[in-house]
Design a protein around this ligand. Structure first.
Ligand code: SAH
Length: 445
């Protein structure tokens, strides 16, 4: 059930008052600078009490914002005007007082503010959010998305101009994930808008991602509007998947891999397939439908494997060609190597090993380990579909890790295709972090 935390009253903002009191800035103390998550000093709002709360950047710390990157880190902030509560809209100004953006403030995050709008004339209110969400829906319609699937990411956070907001659609059910203080603040408004624009049978909230903790937000999930049907199913490329919206991972399903799963299906014919980190059987079902000779699927979650097997049945696929293992992939791959098992197509789609660049080194070792073992398990001419959904691992670094793994495995491999998330997960050019999913299809000599 949903639990709501006491809400801080919203601070409606209006158009800028201009940078009136910029000379009276409160400097941050040394002690504050050394604190683990330093927060900028605040100053009481002087003058016009109805002036919007504001955030002033340090001199020379406006460059990333001028390139339209929507995050403002605490280290870039000179001071806070007024006393905004987390989630309130603040006017962001450079050191000279020039307006830069409207942003959602979060006192409890290293990312002090996330930009809603670059336009000073914008009013951040229900109409603003309605237009943004309607824009995201329109963009997807104009790209013809939804023809292959009744599951779709309707809102992809920063890349759709709505930092921290994820909305996934599974047939008539919408799942909303609020990842930061801005959308948290506008939670009810956002649900109202989604109800008005999409008329879903249910809006379910899954605000239980790891990132919430970093934002100082409580974990929360439950029905927000309507009622959750007993069965939620999604069809993609003609395959039906049961989705556990309430207890499944993320918002219940990994929509981002839709087109990559379809590609795997077309290349699986007559091959022995190994699908590591299979979750509810995504790649496995496509491989079975694509007439793979055999499909071994491994995941550490028994619940996910149960759903995967139910999905095979749901689609009337030949279960006799499918084998399921509940195991740790790192160990399972070693066992398969020791048993001298060989495959013609291997999928490695692990969870996020490196949420940020700080985890990149440790994550690199993990990626190298599984990919090295993957290369060793492939027959000559075999295909490796390998992925990273780590924001902290760049495309270049990922390719280098895979090259190192092939070298150590003693195989020559070619990249035959580079893969990304499906088009309902667009990437804003000024926000490269949006391109979290990268994949390589490799063919070993
Ligand atoms: N390929 C899937 C999504 C994979 S998500 C799809 O298309 O739907 C990552 C999966 O890895 C999750 O199901 C999680 O349970 C599993 N997992 C995480 N760590 C694991 C480990 N060490 N060994 C096996 N499975 C693991």
């Amino acid at each position: 059930m949903s639990q709501t935390k006491p809400r801080t009253p919203s601070t409606p903002h209006r158009q800028s008052q201009g940078g009136k009191d910029f000379r009276k800035r409160v400097q941050r103390s040394k002690q504050q600078t050394d604190a683990p998550a330093p927060q900028p000093a605040t100053r009481p709002r002087a003058g016009n009490p109805s002036a919007e709360p504001g955030l002033v950047l340090k001199a020379d710390r406006d460059k990333s914002l001028l390139r339209r990157h929507p995050w403002i880190f605490s280290g870039a902030v000179e001071c806070i005007d007024g006393a905004p509560a987390s989630g309130d809209t603040v006017a962001v100004r450079d050191a000279s007082g020039k307006f830069l953006a409207w942003a959602a403030y979060n006192a409890d995050s290293q990312i002090t503010a996330r930009v809603w709008s670059w336009n000073e004339k914008d009013l951040i209110d229900k109409t603003f959010f309605r237009n943004r969400i309607a824009g995201a829906l329109k963009a997807r319609r104009s790209l013809g998305l939804g023809r292959d699937s009744n599951g779709m990411r309707l809102v992809h956070g920063e890349s759709d101009g709505l930092p921290g907001l994820i909305v996934d659609k599974y047939g008539g059910v919408l799942v909303m994930q609020l990842g930061s203080a801005g959308p948290e603040h506008w939670r009810d408004t956002l649900a109202d808008i989604l109800q008005e624009l999409c008329s879903p049978v249910c809006i379910y909230e899954r605000s239980d991602s790891d990132g919430r903790e970093l934002e100082g937000l409580p974990v929360r999930s439950g029905v927000l509007r309507g009622a959750l049907p007993d069965k939620v199913e999604v069809t993609e490329h003609g395959i039906l998947f049961a989705v556990d919206v309430a207890a499944g991972q993320k918002t219940g399903f990994y929509l981002d891999q839709r087109d990559n799963r379809a590609l795997t299906g077309t290349l699986a014919t007559d091959r022995d397939v190994l699908n590591c980190f299979c979750y509810t059987g995504g790649f496995s079902l496509y491989a079975l439908r694509g007439d793979a000779k055999s499909v071994l699927s491994i995941d550490s979650s028994q619940e996910a494997l149960h759903l995967a097997q139910a999905n095979v049945e749901l689609n009337g696929l030949d279960a006799s060609r499918a084998e399921w293992q509940c195991a740790d992939v790192f160990e399972a791959l070693r066992k398969l190597r020791d048993q001298n098992r060989k495959f013609d197509l291997i999928v490695l789609d692990p969870p996020k090993f490196a949420p940020t660049a700080a985890f990149a080194e440790k994550a690199s070792r993990a990626y190298k380990d599984i990919n090295l073992l993957g290369f060793k398990l492939l027959r000559p001419g075999g295909l490796l579909f390998t992925y990273s959904c780590s924001g902290g691992i760049s495309d270049d670094l990922f390719q280098k890790i895979i090259a190192g793994a092939a070298l150590d495995a003693g195989v020559d491999a070619q990249i035959v295709k580079k893969l990304h998330a499906a088009a309902d997960h667009p990437v804003l050019l000024s926000f490269p972090e949006g391109a979290y999913l990268k994949g390589l299809v490799l063919r070993v000599a």
